[in-house]
Design a protein around this ligand. Structure first.
Ligand code: DC
Length: 221
């Protein structure tokens, strides 16, 4: 029997990861944060001295990267990497390595391997368009750049880190442009994806919207 998949694609800092993880937990499904794989490739490259433009070396690393996901955290080569992959410059590196076709191809099967019963909720940029084109429910989750910058700013301040709101906003816009302009798997709402604009929604409201769409799709079958 086909294992159900819900894909939630969208721009950075839109809250898609939080919503996807909550939906997965409510349904008892597995969860894949595909951006973490791109972040891990960027972090690994940074640590071992591979340039973020060296496509063949990055693709080799992406194929063999020793990664383990456990208890909401991630290990790289057996070492804790949950916080390290969230650093701003690693996010920029992830966007750079994600623009390379060979890296995307190398990560494809790793992502598909997460499709295990009873189901999967996944978030990223091309989950519905490329990795799981037969997904049961495809969502494009977004929020205005101002709202996303404010959310990211609050997160950093809550963590006790210094943050500059205009700079964060500019980084978000630059990242969106890079992710949308690339020829492979660009960031965009596909025709078969439902739009969920969370600018004026709480996380709970966004989660409920996804769950009700999924319930409606399931009752159609
Ligand atoms: O979702 P995120 O912010 O953690 O993703 C970081 C970068 O990784 C993002 O700017 C582009 C890249 N990425 C991608 O190219 N494809 C995905 N499915 C997920 C992330």
């Amino acid at each position: 029997m086909k294992v159900p998949v819900i894909t939630i694609d969208g721009p950075s800092a839109s809250g898609k990861g939080t919503v996807a993880a909550c939906v997965a937990s409510r349904l008892g499904f597995h969860y894949l944060d595909s951006g973490s794989l791109y972040r891990l490739v960027a972090l690994y490259a940074d640590r071992v001295g591979i340039d973020w433009d060296d496509e063949p070396a990055l693709a080799r690393a992406a194929l063999t990267l020793p990664v383990a996901f456990c208890d909401g955290g991630v290990l790289l080569d057996g070492n804790e990497a949950t916080e390290a992959i969230r650093a701003e410059h690693i996010g920029i590196g992830a966007s750079r390595v994600g623009a390379l076709p060979a890296v995307r191809t190398a990560l494809m099967q790793r992502q598909r391997d997460f499709r295990v019963a009873p189901g999967l909720v996944t978030d990223g940029r091309d989950m519905g368009s490329v990795v799981f084109p037969d997904a049961d429910l495809k969502i494009f989750l977004t929020a205005s750049a101002d709202e996303r910058a404010t959310r990211r700013y609050k997160q950093l301040i809550d963590k006790g880190e210094s943050a500059n709101l205009p700079q964060i906003r500019q980084d978000i816009i630059d990242r969106d442009q890079r992710d949308a302009a690339r020829p492979v798997a660009p960031l965009r709402q596909e025709p078969d994806a439902l739009l969920l604009d969370t600018t004026a929604l709480t996380i709970d409201q966004a989660v409920e919207a996804v769950l009700s769409w999924f319930a409606a799709k399931s009752s159609d079958c």
